[in-house]
Design a protein around this ligand. Sequence first.
Ligand code: NAD
Length: 489
Amino acid sequence: MIQTQLYIDGQWQSPLAGGTRAILSPADETVIAQAAEGTRDDARRAIAAARKAFDQGPWRNSTIRERAKLLNKIAELIDRDAENLARLESLNTGKTITESRTDMGDIAATFRYFAGLVASESGAVNEAPHHVISRTLREPVGVCGLITPWNYPLLQAAWKIAPALGAGNTVIIKPSNLTPLTTHRFTELLSELDLPAGVFNLVTGGAEVGAELAESHDVDLVSFTGGAFAGESIMKAATGNFKRIGLELGGKNPNIVFADADLDTAVDYALNAAFFHAGQVCSAGSRLMVQDSIYDEFIARLAERLPRIVIGNGFHAETQMGPVQSAQQHEKILKLVQMGIAEGARLVHGGKRPAGEIYQKGFWLEPTLLADVSAEMKIAKEEIFGPVITAERFSSEEEVLRLANDTPYGLAAAVWTKDLDKANRMSRALRFGTVWVNDYHPYFPEAPWGGYKASGIGRELARIGLDEYTELKHSYINLAPKAMGWFGA
Ligand code: NAD
């Protein structure tokens, strides 16, 4: 049985209150680990260690070469442990092992990308009189509280840890208490390296640990990925010391198919957009919008494919979709489907636990298609975060644009068309942080990730993903000061 601990000030420690939490396999509800359940007091200890390491330690003054080297070493450790990490991720989240292996590759790539960026850092010299040296310097923000969700536990952590450490900050990471296992294993790997004590701290636990990070005046930045409810309370708490915040929140992402699209590919990707990781993806293409003239055929083609999706244990080679992560999610998704039917949507497939002995334990759901959904229905507006497609019909470009943008969210959208002019118009007019054309899901460490409107504040990845963890300073040095003689000379 795996047992996890906290990592504070360079030491493995138990929570002060001795708390533990049973971690369940989403596939069969067996207990797979006992995780340390930290409290506010543990968060305070970690914050104090990170504060001391930042204020008094050598890390903030380390060279860009040292920091880039650390990130590259972490990437090597991820590669070395990739299969073990992938297995832990699948065990804990239920996602297929193929998806977890992809995540581990992406995580190593993230560390390497930020290593490269950090290594190329240099302050800019500004235009100034000859006797003045004016430079724009980038400095670390300070102590960073990093709070991550349960759907991509280590990937989301990597998007934060790599730039935070790369910029010279000290860190406290708090993974979701449903899925702490890969972040814990990552910390074991990191502890093999000679990072100064207190630079990296792990506190597993629930909302109270996250809330302490958001409220503490000794934390300079909080980066959070999760739902709007917690995001709002973090934003409010952050005003206590006006700490820097980054929020990556939910989405309601339209996948828009025009009549001139390549139908075979669009149908195939509509499934991928919605059922990847059983739909538990912030950018899932769960809101399918199909143009009138192909709508019936599109729904018929989806209906044909849905019963063929192989649902099963993520470790089995033939599995295409695993369970959802928790009992809570399972219940919430089923409720939303029922609400959709009550609102007048047509259930084409799914909407229930699959039949069969192996699906009676665990958080299993059939891939679900609700057709004839209209924009006013709750299921067209709310993030479902499960394997559910809601399909709406539209007639014109203007109409679909208006409907797609009429959401508080703005994370991701996709458009399917062969008309490049239309593709370009739609890409510009859709108010979302990512707009794919004739594709769904790809992202790169080099490209920014984040949302418009209620999908978040700030961006991760790309140059800006490093900049978010830095303060900009104007350094002005007068090499030949002379009295001005303005006042009373
Ligand atoms: P959640 O908001 O319940 O929890 C996220 C994290 O915040 C967890 O670690 C949790 O313990 C902690 N937390 C909860 N309440 C808190 C509080 N009051 N103060 C501080 N921390 C608190 O979200 P979740 O259910 O774990 O994740 C699902 C959500 O995350 C979905 O809405 C999804 O869209 C979103 N998400 C967004 C992105 C993105 O890049 N935009 C990526 C992944 C997930």
